[in-house]
Design a protein around this ligand. Structure first.
Ligand code: NAP
Length: 302
């Protein structure tokens, strides 16, 4: 007989490991599938300052490891591998991974979101050679150099401010003249002495040989930069479930505050779900809520 779990959680970010913790602590047989290491997007965040309880902030990677350890303390099992397909309909759901097939009565999807690309020519070719999507991961290569950041949300301003501490100069390029970012970042930007804000601007071309040496803007201006950091939001990791789960126009899995999807026994939590605020604290809340409804569902199935 094949083993059937009570719950499989896909994705080991804050949402996923919180669901695993709540499920394991409630006595459910839960396995979590993670393709790399714990923490998700949080793991590449320098310091998390807005997750309550850490009065001096905490490195994102460390918080991810703690969340994993907290769930495993109660018996949650982490299985490393990549999900290649999922059959979500029916009482037993089948999840195929790069390291085998798993079966479960409920599935919690916590796959998060990945950086959105600009979509300009040769962008992919120069990833790691001047094109970057994570300032906290790659900013250290640009000490005393000139970089550009694209975007006008919290991430872009946070990235620009972070890079301004390392680089000689930072261009912040935004397609509008007002920001989506919170006031705290906009105020800090106003005080910075080495960030030049280029409003109503967009990057149309990379100038590059072995590496990026500059960018051309849509108005024809050329800027000499050593690196370009793209920080224009993220796209949900939901493609695997297209055709089975309802997705919104942006590709987010449609689920309300109950985290229930259009398939019974399947829940979407964290950044991959339709929601107004994508933060660590809202992700962990989703994890707890999903387990609450999954327990209710499992009790009805018994
Ligand atoms: P976001 O809030 O969706 O902002 C994306 C930015 O990129 C917007 O300014 C958008 O411009 C611009 N943009 C989108 N597509 C573009 C394109 N093709 N070309 C040029 N510009 C483009 O994304 P985010 O900044 O990554 O933040 C994601 C979520 O995480 C948000 O909820 C944010 O509040 C949260 N977050 C919070 C913190 C914090 O609280 N410390 C830090 C980071 C992120 P328009 O404004 O013109 O649409």
């Amino acid at each position: 007989m094949e083993h059937i779990h009570d719950m499989i959680v896909i994705g080991g970010g804050p949402a996923g490991y919180t669901a695993a913790l709540y499920a394991a602590r409630a006595g459910l047989d839960v396995a979590l599938i993670e393709k790399m290491s714990a923490g998700g997007q949080m793991a590449v965040t320098d310091t998390i300052d807005n997750y309550s309880g850490f009065d001096e902030g905490i490195p994102g990677y460390e918080l991810g490891m703690k969340m994993q350890a907290g769930a495993e303390r109660f018996g949650a099992v982490t299985k490393y591998g990549e999900v290649v397909s999922a059959e979500l309909e029916g009482k037993v759901k089948n999840i195929k991974t790069s390291s085998g097939e798993l079966h479960s009565r409920t599935v919690v999807i916590a796959t998060g979101a990945n950086p959105r690309e600009l979509g300009i020519d040769r962008e992919e070719e120069y990833v790691g050679r001047g094109v970057h999507y994570c300032a906290h991961c790659d900013g250290r290569f640009y000490r005393n150099k000139v970089v550009a950041v694209v975007g006008g949300g919290n991430s872009a301003l946070e990235d620009a401010l972070y890079l301004a501490r390392l680089a000689k100069k930072v261009y912040l390029i935004h397609r509008r003249d007002s920001f989506r970012a919170s006031k705290i970042y906009v105020d800090a930007l106003g005080k910075s002495t080495n960030i030049e804000f280029l409003a109503n601007s967009s990057v149309s071309e990379l100038i590059a040989d072995e590496r990026v040496t500059g960018i051309r803007l849509a108005d024809g201006r050329e800027l000499e930069v050593n690196g370009l950091f793209v920080s224009i939001g993220r796209k949900p990791a939901s493609e695997l479930f297209r055709g089975q789960l309802e997705l919104d126009a942006g590709g987010y899995i449609v689920a309300d505050e109950s985290t229930r999807t259009n398939i019974a026994g399947v829940y979407a939590i964290g950044d991959v779900r339709t929601k107004p605020l994508r933060q660590v604290v809202t992700a962990v809340g989703d994890g707890a809520v999903a387990v609450h409804f999954a327990e209710e569902y499992l009790a009805q199935c018994d």
